[in-house]
Structure formats: C-alpha cells, structure tokens
Design a protein around this ligand. Structure first.
Ligand code: SF4
Length: 448
C-alpha cells in the first residue's frame, strides 16, 4: 500500500470543496433580470424550496475567517442592510407563482446572532409573507457563542428556530488567542445549556483543523470537550488558508502551521475521540450522534451536499438572499454581489442584485449528481453517467487507474469505490470527473 507521505506528496494539492458543481470559481456569466425572473417563475408552486439568508456582519475579525463579512461596531449598518434585505425578499417573492412551501430557512454569515430579536423576527415574517412555513419547516441559524445572550436565545425559541450551529473551532486558549477568537469552554457550555433550556435541542458545533498552535494534544482535548457537551452534529473543517482572497489570513503566517501529514494525524485523533463518544462519520468532514437523521440518510444513500455542507435537505431549489448569497436551481447557480454599493443600488432599482451565475448544461447536471454521489456515498456506478463522461472518458480512465494503483479507489467494472485510505482524498477523486478542474495552486484550499 502507498504510504500516507507519498499520497500527500502526490495528491495534497489545491482542489474544490465540491459543495457545488461546477464549483463557484466557474461562476462567470451574468444572467439578465428577466432570465432570473423566469427561473423563479418556473419554480412549481407545490414543490418545497429552501431559503438561505446571509447576515454579513461580525463583532470582531477571526483571523482564519474565509466568510463574506464585515466587522461593525455600531448597529446602524445592520439596520440599513435589513431594509434592503427585506426588499430583496419581496422582489424575489413577487416573481414566484405562489407561496412555495419551505423545507429549511438557514441563516448564515457573518454572525446572524448580531441581529436584534425584532430584526430576526422581521426577516422571518417577511419570508412568511411570500413562502409557506409548515409544521415541518426548519429554521437553522449559525451563531457566535461569544454574543449569544438570553434575549436572542429567547427570540430563537419564540420564532421556532430548530437548530443552532455554534462556531467553536478550538477550545485551546493559545489557539484562540492566535486566531483572535477567545471563547472559554464555560461560555460555550452555558450557551448549550441555555439553548436546551429553551427547547432548542438540535445543536451543531463547527471545529477547525489546521489552525496555528494546534497540536494533536490540543485537538484531542478540544474533541473531548466538544463531545462532553453532546452536540447532535459536528463539522470538522480543514482550515482553508487562502490569503490571496482573505488578506487578513496573512497575519497567521507568523505561526508555524501544520502541514498535510500533521493535519492528517490531527483528523485521525479527532475521528477516534468522536467515534468513541458514539458519533458516526458523515461524508468527508461531518459527524452525527448515532440515530441522527444524517446517519439514517447516509445509511440509506439519501445524504445530500450543498453550500452548507452535508445535509438531509432534499430541496432542488435553494433561494439565497443578501450580500454574496448563492441560489441553487436545477439548471443554474446565481450569486449575489459582494459589493454593498451595488447591492444597494440594484435592490433600490428593483433589480436582482446578482453578480455572477453559472448555467448548467445537461452534462453539468449529470456530473453534479455523480460528484455529489461520490462526496456523500464514497462510491458511484459511472455507467449511469456515460453520456456526460463520453468526451473525457479516456483521460478519466487514465486518472482512475493511477488512483487505483495508489490504493485510493477500487474499480469493479463501472463501479468506483473510494477506499478507507482514499477517503481523506475524496475531493481529489471527485476532481477526476470535473472537466473544469486543473491543478493550479492558489485557486482552492488544499485537499487536506
Ligand atoms: S465570527 Fe465567523 S464570520 Fe465572523 S469573523 Fe469570525 S469566523 Fe468570520
């Protein structure tokens, strides 16, 4: 078997995360307002959609941050943004043929819990004006534990928030100081207790591997502490060092950071701890308590992957609102502008505040399914995708043979299966089927 060091040498290159296919780096076109209006009007009124609302504001800057956000010390920019956000929801809502049922409303950021309770309510109420929220509709919200006070937790309970994702990252003080995000274990613990006391029992933690000052010992302790609070799910993301896109990350370069081999060992250490606490590995970087719907979805081959990571959400359409949000439809992705000035002028003029989009051909749609299947199930029968693969099949086969020789996959006729040794390189395997992919440093985060 090829050793991990050799595999890292060969395959630990810059590769998309495949939360979408084509990846966001391929979003280049710009649809006209009418074209986007037609996509919205074509959504069947009886088919449930999901909604994503982006709140691009934070109290302070975490130095590892790769999100689209802005640090603001006063609330007035949020108030101004809110007016535009509500107008955008209305703009989109008016193009729909009816009140579409909602599977999931997800608030991401930034720090959505920067919102005042009355403002969170007004966004949800605006969504309810144009979409049908039923008993099964879920509301998820990403939150920064440092600013999760009782008033906003009470509001979460009042508006029916079903799941809260807490950004934990790492519990070690030295790591927290290096990344400019100090939040003691006790602070996170008291958030979890208060959420549960308010009836919000679905709690996710995000952890990050590859931050400065992390060692196997620190991530092991963090995983133990995280598990002791019994969140339902954890996402263990690899730190994406992309200083060409996020300049503040350069400030972390004064620290030595784990290389691929060290990250691999840290991932293994965390994996071991979480499994010993009855968590199952989900896809490439998530964990869920045994019995969680994510475990059922994975065992039944129903796991899905979208911009929020692994999910049970089966919506074919996700409508995004707010700066930089991405909407996902059967035949197109549409990304809102990241420029606040353009966002304001577009919304005030009654135009969709889009900046980039990607129209998916029939082949793209097939490849999206193939790659999602690989990312979720670690196996795929590629004969189901013959039409989409035909033009590139020779180079794909050469690539697959290399991966097979290195023990990353097994090939049985048209059936490709990622081995345990290959799982850390799942994105690399997926890239074999991505006709847009070329190895190019500085375009994506590394595989590990
Ligand atoms: S709280 Fe989250 S979005 Fe805000 S700066 Fe920190 S990592 Fe980025």
């Amino acid at each position: 078997m090829t050793s991990i060091d050799v595999l890292l040498d060969k395959y630990n290159y810059s590769v998309p995360r495949y939360t979408s296919f084509p990846p966001a780096t391929q979003f280049t076109e710009k649809l006209s307002n009418d074209q986007y209006g037609q996509i919205l009007s074509a959504l069947p009124a009886d088919k449930a959609v999901s909604l994503y609302v982006h709140i691009p504001f934070c109290h302070s800057l975490c130095l590892y941050c790769g999100c689209n956000t802005k640090v603001v010390s006063s609330y007035s920019p949020i108030e101004s943004y809110l007016i535009l956000l509500l107008a955008e929801i209305e703009l989109v809502g008016k193009r729909l043929t009816g009140k579409l049922p909602v599977n999931l409303l997800h608030f991401g950021g930034g720090s959505p819990n920067y919102l005042k309770p009355k403002d969170l309510k007004s966004i949800i109420n605006k969504c309810k004006e144009f979409f049908d929220f039923t008993e099964t509709s879920q509301i998820d919200i990403e939150s920064d534990p440092r600013y999760l006070d009782s008033s906003i937790i009470n509001c979460f309970a009042e508006v029916g928030v079903t799941r809260v994702s807490l950004g934990v990252q790492d519990f070690d003080l030295e790591v927290q100081e290096a990344i400019n995000r100090v939040q003691p274990f006790e602070q996170v613990k008291s958030c979890v207790e208060e959420l549960r006391a308010n009836g919000i029992n679905q709690i996710n933690f995000d952890l990050i591997i590859g931050l400065p000052k992390q060692t196997i010992a620190t991530v092991t302790k963090t995983a133990e502490q995280a598990a002791s609070l019994a969140p339902n799910r954890l996402a263990v993301f690899p730190y994406a060092h992309v200083p060409w896109m996020k300049k503040h990350q350069k400030l972390l370069e004064k620290y030595s950071m784990a290389d691929g081999a060290e990250r691999h060992l840290m991932n293994e250490a965390v994996d071991k701890i979480l499994k010993s606490h009855n968590y199952s590995a989900i896809g490439t970087d998530h964990y869920a308590k045994d019995g969680d719907p994510l475990c059922t979805a994975q065992s039944e081959g129903q796991l899905r992957r979208n911009f929020q990571g692994y999910t049970t959400d089966i919506s074919e359409a996700i409508i995004g609102f707010g700066l930089s949000s991405i909407s996902s439809y059967k035949s197109a992705y549409i990304q809102n502008t990241i420029d606040p000035v353009a966002y304001r002028s577009d919304v005030q003029e009654g135009s969709f505040p889009m900046s980039k989009s990607c129209v998916l051909s029939d082949d793209d749609q097939s490849l999206r399914s193939l790659i999602e299947e690989l990312m979720c199930n670690f196996e795929v029968d590629i004969s189901c995708y013959n039409d989409a693969l035909r033009d590139d099949i020779d180079s794909i086969n050469i690539n697959l043979s290399k991966l097979e020789n290195d023990g990353l996959i097994t090939i049985d006729g048209s059936h490709i299966k990622i081995t345990d040794a290959g799982k850390p390189f799942t994105r690399v395997v997926a890239s074999s089927f991505d006709p847009y992919f070329e190895i190019q440093e500085g375009r994506h985060a590394k595989a590990i």
